[in-house]
Ligand binder design. Structure first.
Ligand SMILES: Cc1ncc(COP(=O)(O)O)c(C=O)c1O
Length: 386
């Protein structure tokens, strides 16, 4: 039998997928494993795509995306963060944030290059780093409030470091960075000749204060590659629209990867994205109001249960520690599912540094969240009386 390449042998089916298969066995389960907004794409965004299908050319666009969309993205960065990106050469429209992650990593990594990834972290980075020949260097943030500090980053930089990959607001912890924290990190980034990849897909879902984009630090623009998109901000996961913004010196290479694997993003989706960015920037704010209500509710319930948990300041996830009951998060999540039919994601899915935690998504109705909290409380009560 012919075999897949050597690198594939180290790529595992993600823990979340294995676990999702188990969840399907429990039809009455309350499912808090969700990684996408429960809100549907707003009507005007859909209408814009339908209108485009009926009236515009549906042939390939420019490889980097429709100029109208790239201009809308550049204007967004200018208005929100005072950042200047030229739509001609510094903005690339991708197939979701995912394709942006793939394109950026493949464009910059040579075999053996290290990428520093503060963890617990999104499970989509490590496989792409490895497939690109790179080495993932997870950095433990569990003792520093789930954020990367300048000391943590600096002490992990070696002569093989090619990039630091940040994601904030963070999946799975819901933590984000203040201006002071980001300023301090930028001081480190300024000193080192490495790329800073920043996945800000949850940037619009900042629940406390303002999102501090690394795009706003134009003095290090040559090093920064911003990945974002509309999947989470506008309930558009199925449209597959994201983007990369960066200095033209490196965007040429990122675009070359995209050109060969994708040609261009879907045209109806690109028109939908123009509407989202031009006329629907209030949508994430409306969603955030709901997320804040749910976040406050679930945070109160979890702390009342005596679980150690940080209050999320972004995204729609909360990441309590269950170590006092069980250090093996897969075992905890499996037993929770089998005993009270509550599905959550085991923390180990987000690197070894997520072990002992579970991720709950509050991208669900308040009723589901209440039912989930009741089931978790019941389960913990059972563990305590065991
Ligand atoms: C941190 C992070 N980055 C990227 C993605 C992928 O986004 P997209 O659906 O736009 O490809 C996700 C999806 O869950 C995510 O959590």
């Amino acid at each position: 039998m012919p075999e897949a390449n050597q690198r594939m042998q180290h790529i595992e089916v993600p823990g979340t997928r294995q676990f999702a298969n188990r969840v399907a066995e429990f039809p009455d389960a309350v499912d808090l494993t969700l990684g996408q907004p429960d809100f549907e794409t707003p009507r005007p965004i859909r209408e814009a795509a339908i209108d485009a299908i009926n009236t515009k050319s549906m042939k390939y666009s420019h490889n980097t995306g429709l100029l109208e969309l790239r201009t809308a993205i550049a204007d967004y960065y200018k208005d929100r963060f005072g950042a200047t990106y030229d739509p001609q050469g510094e903005i690339l429209v991708t197939v979701g944030g995912s394709e942006g992650i793939d394109g950026v990593l493949r464009a910059i990594l040579d075999p053996g290059d290290e990428v520093i990834v503060p963890a617990p972290t999104y499970l989509g980075y490590e496989p792409i780093i490895e497939l690109s020949g790179g080495v993932t260097r997870f950095v433990d943030t569990t003792d520093t409030g789930l954020i990367a500090t300048p000391e943590l980053i600096e002490s992990n930089i070696t002569n093989r470091t090619k990039a630091v990959l940040l994601n904030y607001p963070t999946n799975p912890t819901g933590v984000t960075y203040t201006k002071a924290q980001m300023d301090a990190l930028v001081e480190v980034f300024r000193k080192h000749d490495i790329f800073i990849i920043t996945d800000e897909i949850y940037g619009e879902n900042t629940l406390e204060g303002e999102h501090i984009s690394l795009a706003g630090y134009q003095e290090i623009k040559e090093k920064v590659l911003v990945i974002s998109g509309l999947s989470k901000s506008h309930g558009m996961t199925g449209w597959r629209i994201g983007h990369v913004a960066g200095h033209r010196s490196i965007m040429e290479e990122v675009t070359a990867v995209h050109l060969y694997n994708t040609i261009c993003a879907s045209i109806p989706s690109q028109y939908a994205a123009i509407e989202a960015l031009r006329n629907q920037l209030n949508i994430p704010k409306e969603m955030n109001q709901k997320y804040i209500e749910r976040r406050d509710y679930i945070y109160d319930r979890l702390t009342h249960m005596g679980l150690d948990v940080s209050k999320p300041t972004g995204a729609f996830y909360i990441f309590p520690s269950v170590k006092k009951y069980e250090t093996d998060s897969f075992r905890f999540a499996t037993d929770l599912l089998e005993t009270v039919q509550l599905a959550v994601v085991p923390g180990r899915s987000f690197s070894a540094f997520g072990e002992g935690h579970i991720r709950l998504s509050f991208a669900c109705s308040m009723e589901e969240l209440k039912e989930a909290a009741d089931r978790l409380e019941k389960y913990i009560g059972m563990l305590e009386s065991r």
